[in-house]
Design a protein around this ligand. Structure first.
Ligand SMILES: *Cc1c(COP(=O)(O)O)cnc(C)c1O
Length: 413
């Protein structure tokens, strides 16, 4: 089965484990409680000796478990846990694996809400240092004796910076640090963080994995590369499991069961349906983003264009080496920021909305919306100018998108 292609695995994977009545898809299991003929089995599920059993839906259902298997297989990991949102997955990782007095090193180019979450971690006594992770040396210089974890995103939103993913992986392996990679913008269709030594992979399922923008979800996947038996923050009760399982076990118990941000079966089903076309959509979205990036780069109304598929991008070589495509995320600046509102309003196809990885092209001015709360200082340090627009390329026909930008940008020349 390992030799199957990516999409074959997604569309046939469910049936490999035997679906009731020969259904070609996993069913939507809405039960909260799960009952047993013999009470020994109920006890076994509680104690973890009966594998694959369910007891209460906050810890998982057959439907969320099917999605977890799908994500594990896409990321070539050893196990995954689904959450109600991507932020819930990230929060669970930080709160269950870090303790007061620990130190986290992160790329400074991260999703705005993740950056805001660092503020909460600091109030709980976790030290957080953010660095320009496009150079692994900056990460190395930030490491201290109490550093436990390094966090990066594959392609940062909105500036599209790419960290030195391989170099940081090496560094984490040498220093015994947990390496957490948020793969949301690339998705497993373009990049497997396991190939650069990631310990845990985060995906916001809300974005390109679902693709339809009709369900929220998040996942954390263990790649199997990290030795949790050497990690100091695993509670004694989870030390009894195999070393590879200890990290995820603690995240499932302390993060999902106790904190409670469980994914519903209905949402899991909806995400799983969207995921069937993941590779096809991502390929088309990446083609559209590249075509638009090339068009915009040559346009007289446009200043800088940020897209890792352009040779002018500082990490173009890394994107070529590691990613199957440069993704659907693209940002650019109007030379004349005063025309921004006019130009965006003149666009007919892109939806003026936040969100990423949708089948429809979405566009948003960055400074007054998603990075408004961050304030001018943080925006400046992240290279976000007042005229910056972020675009999430959809699957529309390429010529239609180019024609639409062509007419709208005439207003800014
Ligand atoms: C959207 C996003 C998240 C959060 O995901 P939600 O499902 O919206 O909570 C985390 N990381 C990145 C890179 C994202 O783009």
């Amino acid at each position: 089965m390992d030799k199957q292609g990516f999409t074959t695995g997604i569309v046939h994977g469910d049936r490999n484990v035997g679906v009731e009545h020969g259904g070609v898809r996993q069913a939507i299991h809405t039960s909260v409680q799960y009952g047993f003929e013999r009470v020994e089995d109920l006890i076994g599920v509680f104690q973890g000796t009966k594998k694959g059993g369910f007891n209460y839906a906050r810890q998982g259902t057959p439907t969320t478990a099917a999605l977890e298997r799908k994500i594990t297989s896409l990321e070539q990991g050893v196990g995954s846990i689904c959450f109600s949102t991507g932020m819930a997955a990230i929060t669970a990782v930080f709160l269950t694996l870090l303790r007061a007095g620990d130190h986290l090193v992160s790329s400074k180019f991260v999703f705005g809400n993740t950056n805001s979450l660092f503020g909460t971690l600091r109030t709980l006594g976790v030290e957080v240092t953010v660095v320009d992770a496009t150079s692994a040396a900056n990460v190395a210089n930030a490491i201290k004796p109490n550093t436990r974890m390094v966090f990066v995103e594959t392609i940062a939103n909105p500036g599209t910076q790419i960290p030195d993913l391989k170099g940081i992986g090496e560094l984490c392996r040498e220093r015994g640090l947990a390496y957490v990679v948020d793969n949301t913008i690339t998705s497993p269709a373009l990049f497997l963080p396991k190939t650069v030594g990631a310990s845990l992979v985060i995906n916001s399922l809300t974005k390109t994995i679902a693709g339809h923008g009709a369900a929220l979800g998040g996942a954390v996947t263990d790649t199997g590369l990290f030795d949790w038996s050497a990690y100091p923050n695993i509670a004694d009760e989870y030390r009894r499991s195999a070393p590879k399982e200890q990290g995820l076990l603690q995240i499932r118990k302390k993060g999902l069961r106790d904190m409670g941000a469980a994914l519903s079966s209905e949402q899991a089903h909806s995400i799983a349906m969207g995921a069937e076309t993941l590779a096809l959509r991502v390929a088309k979205c990446s083609d559209n983003a590249l075509a638009l990036a090339k068009f915009l780069e040559k346009h007289e109304a446009i200043g800088r264009v940020f897209y890792p598929g352009l040779e002018s991008h500082p990490q173009y070589a890394i994107a070529q080496e590691l990613f199957k495509g440069a993704s659907w995320l693209l940002s650019f600046e109007l030379r004349n920021a005063d025309r921004m509102i006019e130009v965006v309003n003149a666009l007919k196809l892109p939806i003026k909305a936040t969100g990423l990885g949708d089948t429809r092209t979405l566009i948003i001015p960055v400074a007054p919306t998603i990075f408004y709360e961050a304030g001018p200082e943080v925006r400046k340090s992240m290279g976000i100018s007042d005229g910056m627009l972020r675009l999430s390329a959809g699957i529309e026909d390429t010529d239609d998108l180019i024609a639409d930008f062509d007419q709208a940008l005439k207003l800014a020349v």
